[in-house]
Design a protein around this ligand. Structure first.
Ligand SMILES: Cc1ncc(COP(=O)(O)O)c(C=O)c1O
Length: 395
């Protein structure tokens, strides 16, 4: 049924696509083997290198993020290789399940889904692996199911402190172009990204940024793969083309999305996300609800997961908010099903969109008779306007 007015897509990805990106995608499809195509290929690859903060090769797949997860594993590893993975939530668990199904041996560092990866535990575990059986450490930077960020710089330091040669693989699907990330500086070997979150594109493209060390490991890796092969991609990309038909219209959109991000400037993009996240948390706290991430250092700037009080259904609440205000919120995933709702505050997003979203949630909480202190939106306004900070400074 039609609902009047603008729909608010405030799930933590896919995110809202800006009009210039939509317009670029709607351009006529071009010849992917034609003379003009290399300019597009070179442009988006160079642009993505700047977004990943890397000089390494970046490959672009016509696939969702799950494909880029698989690409990272199958290019670099062999059947039976050990991989150390940190359980941070639903997505780290899915990546682990995929790795197990591919025939890898996963050492899973269990976690309570309420914080980022425990880098101290990673270091201890690696120190215990004297024979260097572990070939890769894989961590999700921003756990989209929980709203908790892992400190990748500290994970890098853990590998270095343990003097362990494992590859470092990082999933940035819901952090790239939303939360500060540095592939080269943190010496990440494979960074996995996706189009549908901070990059402000529809779902359909995914990425691997690949270090020289990972390319070298890939030379001896034996997990079978064809479609995902890095070297096929890198060789053809060097000529401006792809080894198979790329998602041409999505690449046209990516070119514009990169331009928009760079026009705003990545530091400003990150600051905008931090500011929205702080205001969302101020609102949730005012309501008296619990922010699911239990470690303030790990709060995500892409999304906030909110625990619904015992005896209330997060899914009923989300359905109320959708039908009442046409606002879509993220559902609880895996063990968090029906217990949390997730507010996406990433991508093409501003203060007005945040305040509209929070107001709709507050109305929905009231309609669903969830006990809260009303007026949380005012706390968000105070946070956005700096009123709290000004009041504190005046005291
Ligand atoms: C952190 C993270 N990793 C992996 C995925 C899987 O990506 P996709 O659903 O695009 O295959 C998602 C999807 O939301 C995600 O948020």
């Amino acid at each position: 049924m039609r609902s009047a007015g603008r729909h608010f897509l405030q799930i933590p990805g896919p995110t809202n696509v800006p009009l210039p990106v939509l317009a670029a995608i709607a351009q006529p499809t071009v010849d992917h083997r034609g003379p003009d195509f290399p300019a597009l290929t070179f442009g988006v690859i160079e642009g993505m290198k700047r977004i990943f903060r890397t000089q390494d090769n970046v490959v672009i797949y016509p696939a969702s993020g799950t494909g880029a997860w698989e690409a990272a594993l199958v290019n670099a590893l062999s059947p039976g290789d050990s991989v150390l993975m940190a359980e941070t939530g639903h997505f780290s668990t899915l990546w682990k399940t995929m790795a197990t199904r591919l025939g890898l041996n996963i050492e899973f560092l269990h976690g309570d889904w309420r914080r980022g990866a425990d880098f101290g535990a990673i270091e201890n575990h690696l120190r215990g692996d004297r024979q260097h059986k572990i070939k890769a450490v894989a961590v999700v930077h921003n756990e989209t199911s929980t709203g908790a960020v892992s400190n990748i710089r500290a994970v890098r330091q853990a590998l270095d402190a343990a003097r362990h040669p494992a590859l470092l693989m990082v999933d940035t699907i819901s952090s790239l172009a939303s939360i500060d990330y540095r592939h080269d500086e943190w010496q990440v070997d494979v960074t996995v990204g996706g189009s549908q979150k901070g990059l402000m594109l529809p779902p359909g493209l995914s990425f691997n940024a690949v270090s020289e060390k990972a390319r070298k490991a890939a030379q001896n890796a034996r997990l079978p793969h064809v479609f995902w092969d890095w070297e096929d991609m890198i060789a053809m990309n060097g000529k401006g083309y792809f080894p198979y038909t790329p998602a041409t219209n999505m690449l046209q959109g990516l070119k514009v999305a990169i331009e928009l991000l760079e026009e705003e400037g990545l530091p400003a993009v990150f600051a905008r996300h931090d500011r929205a996240a702080a205001a969302a948390r101020a609102c949730v706290r005012y309501w008296g609800l619990e922010i699911w991430c239990a470690e303030p250092d790990d709060y995500s700037s892409s999304l906030t997961a909110v625990l619904v009080p015992e005896g209330y259904s997060a899914d009923v609440l989300r359905a109320t908010i959708l039908s009442q205000s046409s606002v879509s919120l993220g559902n609880g995933l895996g063990r968090l099903a029906d217990r949390v709702f997730r507010i996406g505050h990433l991508g093409d997003f501003n203060d007005a969109a945040l305040l509209g979203t929070l107001a709709a949630i507050e109305a929905g909480l009231t309609s669903a008779a969830v006990p809260i202190r009303s007026g949380g939106v005012m706390a968000a306004i105070d946070s956005l306007s700096g009123r709290n900070a000004m009041a504190a400074a005046a005291e």
